[in-house]
Ligand binder design. Structure first.
Ligand SMILES: CC(C)(COP(=O)(O)OP(=O)(O)OC[C@H]1O[C@@H](n2cnc3c(N)ncnc32)[C@H](O)[C@@H]1OP(=O)(O)O)[C@@H](O)C(=O)NCCC(=O)NCCS
Length: 157
């Protein structure tokens, strides 16, 4: 849709500087890594994974979270499964090139054919070794599927 402005109207341009991380924003809270969840993946994003801002592309983070989230359900399913839902996904802080990302996960629900997990992602900035900030948290559901791709019960465990 185009902009049809009359003489009394001004085009409102969003101020990107107020929504991006900058000196005026509070620094992200440093946290301890979880001890009640399992470390399921560690990975370092590279420049090829960047968006146009120079931060890491959200879709890349989502793909890693999907992989990480599947680790614990795979132990129970021991066969084919598919992601049926990303129930919640929150990008709390930007991810930067060179961050060491740690993905922690725990199973929150086992249903008849589905398993839901919580995934939390922590970044150790390249220039701030030993300090961790939470960058992402998500809840995903996986379904055990048979050879035809139909839901099948999660095996007894
Ligand atoms: C996953 C798939 C096999 C499920 O088939 P379906 O007939 O829709 O499944 P059902 O409605 O019987 O639901 C199966 C389970 O998923 C759960 N489920 C379905 N939608 C859900 C949602 N939005 N959130 C949480 N759980 C959900 C159901 O509660 C059920 O769990 P339960 O048996 O433990 O109670 C089918 O939807 C599919 O093939 N989707 C594509 C999967 C895929 O390609 N994933 C990768 C995308 S990139």
């Amino acid at each position: 849709m185009g902009h049809n402005l009359n003489q009394n109207q001004a085009l409102i341009v969003p101020r990107l500087d107020v929504i991006t991380e900058g000196p005026s924003m509070n620094p992200p809270e440093k946290v301890a890594l979880p001890t009640d969840q399992e470390l399921v993946l560690k990975v370092i994003p590279m420049p090829a994974d960047c968006n146009a801002n120079g931060d890491i592309f959200g879709g890349w983070v989502m793909a890693q979270v999907d992989l990480a989230g599947a680790v614990l359900p795979a132990r129970l399913v021991r066969g084919r499964m598919a992601t049926v839902a990303v129930n919640e996904f929150i990008f709390k802080q930007p991810v930067k090139v060179g961050d060491l990302l740690s993905f922690f996960s725990r199973i929150t629900r086992v249903g008849r054919t589905s398993i839901t997990v919580q995934v939390e992602v922590f970044a150790e900035r390249f220039s701030k070794q030993g300090e961790f900030i939470k960058v992402t948290e998500a809840r995903l559901t996986y379904v055990a599927i048979d050879a035809e791709g139909k839901p099948t019960p999660v095996p007894a465990h």
